[in-house]
Write a protein that binds this ligand. Structure first.
Ligand code: BEZ
Length: 397
């Protein structure tokens, strides 16, 4: 009788296990799916590729696993076109069934999917696009940004250029779309409030091939100004910086730009045109943190080139996501748990300390740099730092 009881209880356990096991397996075997949206064509192609490379590099480091689950990334080419944003996001969420969205370079693309991700409750971790309203008046509990708000670093940069660099009269140049205007307005705020004069604002279209007509205008007013402030990114930045030097303006009207325009990773395409120019940035390869030394080394080993700020933004975007997934034991099907874990993520990043503000936008150091010859190549050399700059930064009293 005892033997029969034992056999029955063993059979019971076997039946129970065969019932529970496949369910447990199915849950843990399901990958966390991340839709990665970036431009792989057009003016911002290198930004998209570098963000993607940085994102994958971090996932390599954690074996493409978080919270006990595999990570799968599904790439989607936005072509940097705002009209494609909603189509691509819908495809990723409704067809590919992604749990999270990440990436995005162009502000217009990010703005175009703001309502969709909010309605669908799909967390979006922006690794570049700086449309400031996404973490201010149009903030969403589902939207986070690890890069910058357009205008954020520029608040500090404008103040620095007047008060510390001693440039009092500036010409302003930026692409004629929201990012260009938002960055220019950020720059002008404390530059003007400190007493600075903006001699002229010039907004060429995004993807301008020939800056000559705009540079001719700059040349005409050069005698009335101390310098030029500019923001251009991607292939625009290469054309702008090289043509500025070819026009002979570099010597007469010093260039002080946003970091995107003088990113280290673009110097091989600029020759000596960038040498001696200055910028303010949240990332360059000479930032002296142990995390950056390691990041530059592993990035170089994997891709055979220097990382750009966009590579670092992709890398820390992936790190923030992985840390939040780990904190909730992989339960990404619960977006509220994921976003509440992500809000708490902070770590020493290659750029320095990384954390979010109350509106889920990054707080970060802004480094003031000069492009100098280091060994046999131009490099941003850090000259000064403005710590903990947030999107509502105010000048020191
Ligand atoms: C933007 O559209 O927000 C952006 C694009 C390229 C570089 C920086 C910002």
């Amino acid at each position: 009788m005892d033997a029969l009881k034992k056999i029955l209880s063993v059979l019971y356990i076997i039946v129970l296990l065969t019932w529970i096991w496949p369910t447990a397996q199915a849950v843990s075997a399901d990958a966390v799916k991340i839709g990665f949206m970036a431009p792989y064509v057009g003016v911002y192609t290198k930004l998209g590729i570098d963000m993607d490379n940085g994102f994958k590099l971090y996932l390599d480091e954690v074996g493409w696993k978080a919270g006990g689950r595999k990570i799968e990334v599904i790439k989607s080419d936005t072509e940097g076109k705002p009209s494609l944003g909603p189509i691509k996001a819908k495809e990723l969420v409704e067809k590919d069934k992604v749990h999270l969205l990440a990436g995005i370079v162009h502000s217009g693309v990010a703005l175009a999917i703001r309502d969709y991700v909010t309605e669908k409750k799909v967390p979006l971790i922006i690794t570049n696009a700086g449309a400031p309203e996404l973490t201010a008046q149009k903030k969403s509990p589902y939207i986070f940004r690890v890069s910058f708000a357009n205008g954020q670093q520029d608040l500090a940069g404008g103040w620095y250029i007047f008060n510390k660099a001693g440039l009092k009269k500036m010409v302003v140049l930026a692409p004629d779309y929201s990012a260009g205007h938002d960055k220019a307005n950020g720059f002008m705020k404390y530059f003007k409030e400190s007493g600075g004069t903006v001699v002229k604002e010039i907004y060429p279209p995004l993807e301008t091939q020939d800056f000559a007509p705009y540079l001719a205008e700059v040349r005409k007013i050069a005698k009335d100004a101390d310098g030029t402030w500019a923001f251009f990114a991607g292939s625009d930045s290469i054309r702008f910086v090289t043509q500025y030097a070819e026009f002979g303006l570099k010597e007469s009207l010093p260039l002080f730009t946003v970091g995107d325009t003088l990113d280290d990773a673009f110097f091989p395409s600029m020759g000596d045109a960038a040498m001696g120019c200055r910028d303010y940035t949240h990332y360059c390869i000479s930032i002296n943190t142990p995390e950056n030394k390691r990041f530059v080394e592993v990035y170089h080993k994997k891709y055979g080139e220097d990382p750009s700020m966009f590579s670092e933004q992709g890398y820390i975007g992936a790190k923030a996501i992985v840390e939040a997934i780990n904190a909730i034991g992989g339960k990404v099907e619960d977006p509220e748990a994921f976003i509440s874990a992500l809000r708490k993520v902070s770590f020493p990043a290659p750029r320095g300390p990384f954390k979010f503000d109350a509106n889920q936008n990054v707080i970060e150091n802004v480094y003031i740099t000069t492009v100098e010859a280091v060994g046999d190549r131009p490099l941003n050399v850090v000259k000064d730092v403005i710590p903990d700059v947030d999107q509502n930064w105010k000048p020191p009293k």
